[in-house]
Design a protein around this ligand. Structure first.
Ligand SMILES: Nc1nc2c(ncn2[C@@H]2O[C@H](COP(=O)(O)OP(=O)(O)OP(=O)(O)O)[C@@H](O)[C@H]2O)c(=O)[nH]1
Ligand SMILES: [Mg+2]
Length: 428
């Protein structure tokens, strides 16, 4: 596939993600950050921008490496750990096109390692080339971070900085040991030694009288090998890099968005079911209806299912919802026996026979209503989540599983409490 095809494909999949109008607004709002990332990625593709990010442990010289590449002190550096606090970007206008960007990142340290690693991961996802900087033999956490990057197929250069601190023999040993440990994670030409900010050298001169004078001579940075390797890569596959990474990014993101959409929907769905169940419970408690009518008092259930169908991006009319509820209720009656409501209610109503107030009795009826609405909601949700299907197992099995998963007695007890609380506060 040629470069333009890669680019088109990447662009298409990103655009598809952005324009997926099956997403309900609530879900879209929850995923706002991801969508702004997609937009940024699209802009980047549009303008042929290439992003090169440094990653690595604190104080290995990430900012110094970028300064040395640019030839200016654009990023702040310090001997103290944690100098770089957030991601920063600077344009590198060495190439004619002027579309290269260098991204500095905070170091991954041992303290809040996990959060830092997540941040690093996000940057690497958006970058076309990652410079992973180390300053000696690798620590275990560096090794783990590098493995993570290699797994994501990010184009990667391993930069051994502060090479001025090692003798030639030590450098050979280090190279040898690093390459052996990295095996197929990187090839020898992608392990590059640099000295981004070597300390000044002390030059001792001895004059004719034998007097020694010490003078400090600044040592220029040495990153030429790194620069050469970066140019090589960009020349060979610059545009493709960007396109491939955009595709990878779009792929990762659509998986992530898919999972998040499901999670967001089920969270929203759960809220919808809970609040309608309570609403139904309270309505029945305030205005108790004969038990036999409970199954047909479905107006609230219908509103719930309509609402759920919107959450799942498959809007239903009230009459379609009514049909679905009828199917679910039919299965419920089959499964639990025609007298299930009466059994349930009578176990709750036992309290009534020893003379507790009618409010409690009403609460018990309300709790049964709550329970039935809850089960209907969960069943409808399963049906919607599967794209309006009961799947191979069929409705009976799906509903049986839902019933099995609910601890009925504690749900009824809690429902009764919540209903009474709601009634008391509304009367207060
Ligand atoms: N000897 C030597 N020291 C260096 C070299 N490069 C950087 N340093 C020093 O290492 C220290 C840390 O450099 P930074 O560039 O701030 O490191 P960093 O990785 O960006 O650090 P954080 O932002 O804190 O994570 C500074 O004191 C630099 O002068 C080098 O090539 N040789
Ligand atoms: Mg830094």
């Amino acid at each position: 596939m040629n470069t333009d095809n890669h680019l088109d494909k990447a662009r298409d999949s990103l655009e598809l993600l952005l324009q997926d109008n099956r997403l309900p607004p609530e879900v879209r709002a929850e995923l706002a950050d991801d969508f702004s990332q997609v937009q940024a990625m699209l802009d980047k593709l549009e303008h042929d921008h290439i992003h090169i990010a440094v990653l690595g442990r604190v104080s290995v010289g990430k900012s110094s490496v970028l300064n040395a590449l640019i030839g200016e002190r654009r990023f702040s550096t310090s001997a103290l750990h944690g100098e770089t606090k957030q991601n920063e970007m600077a344009q590198w206008d060495e190439q004619e096109s002027g579309s290269l960007f260098l991204i500095d990142t905070p170091g991954i340290n041992e303290i809040d390692g996990e959060a830092r690693e997540r941040m690093a991961h996000e940057v690497s996802q958006r970058s076309d080339l990652v410079l992973f900087v180390i300053d000696g033999d690798m620590t275990d956490s560096e090794y783990t971070a590098l493995q993570g990057l290699a797994r994501e197929h990010r184009p990667l250069l391993l930069v051994l900085n502060k090479s001025d601190r090692y003798t030639d023999v030590q450098r050979q040993e280090l190279r040898h040991s690093l390459l052996a440990r990295l095996e197929d994670m990187t090839s020898p030409e992608n392990l590059i030694e640099v000295a981004a900010d070597p300390p000044p050298r002390i030059i001792v001169t001895v004059d004719a009288d034998g007097r020694e004078t010490e003078t400090e001579r600044t040592s220029p940075p040495d990153v030429s090998a790194l620069k050469d390797r970066i140019w090589e890569i960009l020349e060979a596959e610059g545009k493709t890099l960007a396109a491939l990474n955009a595709s990878l990014f779009a792929g990762d993101l659509s998986d992530k968005v898919g999972a998040r959409v499901l999670a967001a929907r089920s969270k929203l769905g759960e809220n919808v079911i809970d609040s309608y169940s309570l609403l139904k419970g309270v309505a029945v408690a305030i205005n108790p209806v004969p038990l036999a009518d409970l199954a047909t008092a479905v107006a609230i259930d219908i509103s719930m299912v309509v609402h759920l169908s919107n959450v799942y991006g498959i809007p239903m009319t009230r009459s379609q919802s009514g049909t679905l509820i009828k199917a679910i209720s039919g299965q419920l009656l089959l499964l639990m026996g025609a007298t299930w409501l009466i059994h349930l209610a009578s176990s709750l109503l036992k309290a009534g026979s020893i003379g507790i107030s009618t409010l409690l009795t009403a609460g018990a009826q309300g709790a049964v209503a709550y329970y039935s609405t809850y089960v209907v909601g969960r069943a409808a949700e399963k049906y919607l989540a599967a794209g309006c299907s009961w799947g191979e197992a069929g409705p009976k099995q799906v509903i049986r599983e839902i019933l099995d998963s609910i601890d009925r007695d504690s749900m009824l007890a809690k429902a009764r409490q919540d209903i009474l609380k709601r009634i008391r506060t509304s009367r207060a």
